[in-house]
Design a protein around this ligand. Structure first.
Ligand SMILES: Nc1ncnc2c1ncn2[C@@H]1O[C@H](COP(=O)(O)OP(=O)(O)O)[C@@H](O)[C@H]1O
Ligand SMILES: N[C@@H](CCOP(=O)(O)O)C(=O)O
Length: 324
């Protein structure tokens, strides 16, 4: 059989949850929801979407994935102005699950793979954080696992922490969208020293607890006074869920990224999973919000290149559909 895939690359990149409560813009974890991007050289630029979930996303050179690919080519000193790009994604847009960071990493990783990977992962991390501004999302999508990162405007230092084996994640994803920019606009410009200390201490405790498997500390370590109280008005039901989730078996709970998704960390041996899920759904219903729940795992791999033909993907399937 002729190798129809010759010259194309495909990457798979996980979603991410940023902040984990107090770790605003610094602590993130990757999740087992994915975007796949295929890319190859072309005579003219074409962007294909496979499956749903891409409403409003440009299918031309304005597409984020095309643009970030060009940044990588520029960094590597090569010129590939025309690209054919295919994508498929399970990550809902503007829900606080890092879709923009995953798309940036997917575009950069695919472009880098297409030219033989001359750009290091650490450099891709800096380039991607320069665009997204949140190293917690970007780092988790690129490296997988839990990332603690600090960004100075040009460079991100980071440490990757292996997620505790017993950790699983319940995501409650409301039907409504909340753009990160809107959820950042409600934050105050200044904080009291008391609130700053409150967050620094919990963010440090949370990082150490996750690194050492102290799941018993998550309930208090995931508390936050920097962003969640200000964002609560944007997500009806959030306050009650964050306050009470541990009574229903969660180890801890947080707003995922800038929201509106709410996240509970759970011990996979817990017998209370169904009770917790029912509680979180019932609070959303009380508030008249449609929401779905997903049980997820921390992703351990981050961005990976895949080989072989994927049954649903993209460029070859699409080409087949067009020519048949
Ligand atoms: N696959 C993609 N291709 C192009 N743009 C994307 C893609 N995924 C996300 N985006 C862009 O990112 C925006 C969502 O980013 P943001 O508001 O930060 O929410 P999220 O929490 O999902 O990251 C989308 O509205 C879109 O502009
Ligand atoms: N730290 C940022 C994270 C935004 O994440 P997203 O998944 O909502 O894009 C913030 O809290 O604003």
């Amino acid at each position: 059989m002729k190798n129809e895939n010759a010259g194309s690359v495909r990457v798979r990149v996980p979603a991410s949850t940023a902040n984990l409560g107090p770790g605003f813009d610094t602590l993130g974890m990757s999740l087992s929801l994915y975007i796949w991007v295929e890319m190859r050289r072309s005579e003219r630029t074409l962007v294909h979407f496979s499956g749903g979930g891409f409403e409003g996303i440009p299918a031309d050179k304005d597409n984020l994935i095309y643009k970030v690919a060009q940044l990588v080519f520029k960094e590597a000193g090569v010129e590939i102005p025309e690209l054919e790009i295919g994508m498929r994604s399970d990550i809902p847009l503007t829900r606080g699950l890092g879709s923009s960071a995953s798309a940036i990493i997917a575009g950069m990783a695919a472009a880098n793979a297409l030219i033989g990977s001359p750009v290091s992962k650490d450099r891709l991390f800096d380039l991607a954080t320069g665009l997204e501004r949140h190293p917690d999302n970007v780092g988790a999508s690129l490296f997988g696992g839990i990332i603690a990162a600090a960004w100075d405007g040009e460079h991100a230092d980071y440490v990757r922490v292996e997620p505790p084996q017993n950790l699983k994640v319940l995501a409650l994803i409301p039907e409504f969208e909340l753009a990160t920019s809107a959820a950042r606009a409600v934050l105050p410009e200044q904080l009291s020293i008391q609130d700053a200390v409150y967050n620094i201490s919990r963010s440090s405790l949370l990082t150490a607890a996750l690194a050492s498997g102290r799941l018993d500390l998550l309930a208090s370590a995931m508390k936050d006074r920097l962003h969640q109280p200000y964002r609560a008005a944007l997500v009806p039901g959030m306050e009650k869920i964050l306050e009470q989730a541990t009574r229903y078996g969660a180890l801890g709970a947080a707003l995922s990224g800038a929201g509106p998704t709410l996240l509970a960390l759970v011990d996979r041996t817990s017998s209370e999973c169904d009770r917790l899920e029912a509680f979180m759904q019932s609070v959303m219903s009380e508030n008249g919000i449609q929401a779905r729940t997903l049980w997820l795992e921390p992703d351990l791999e981050g961005a990976v290149c895949e080989s072989g033909i994927h049954p649903d993907l993209f460029l070859e399937t699409i080409k087949g559909e067009i020519s048949s």
